[in-house]
Design a protein around this ligand. Sequence first.
Ligand SMILES: O=C(O)CCC(=O)C(=O)O
Ligand SMILES: [Fe+2]
Length: 198
Amino acid sequence: MSIQPSLFDLPPAPRRTTPQGFAYQPDLIGPAEERDLVRRFEGLDFKPYEHLGYLGNRRVASFGWRRDDSGQMIETGEPIPDFLCPLLDKVAAFTGLARESFRHALVTEYPPGAGIGWHRDRPPAVAIAGVSLVSPCSFRLRRKAGDTWDRATIEAQPRSAYLMSGPARSDWQHSIPPVEALRYSVTFRTMRAPRPSY
Ligand SMILES: O=C(O)CCC(=O)C(=O)O
Ligand SMILES: [Fe+2]
């Protein structure tokens, strides 16, 4: 009798596939624009990321919308700062979405060793476009497929952009394993209009 596990005893291998609704664009901005943005980040009021009492080891500065204490996204009225507008113009051109449809901007600082666990950005976010700055990260995506996962990993380079829309936003989760060196991201989200409360 063989003590080797048969092929059929092994867990099914993950399937590699590109999520529908995901797009990647290297070199959305140049090194000078990247340097200027990082210099502007020094003036931002970063707060430790907190969600339902859980503290992440990354820091965030949020514009347009923010999460309230119950985890709901609420509109703050605080506009996206002017210095992010040229970046937003490029992100809008890359995604093909109207610049005005991006109603939320989040600057996230990942010190070495920080990452983000598996999650889906919940509504009211509709499409999410992110720009990576200063150092690369592995941007991982997964979706349950029976007994296995569909998986994809994109090596997001500094100055590159990605888009998650459609199934890539609604059906797939994403995560970033701990980064080796300081990384920033700027994520812009289009938002579904809040339902009237009457
Ligand atoms: O840093 C990034 O590029 C992604 C961050 C993210 O997934 C989020 O803020 O929901
Ligand atoms: Fe996310």
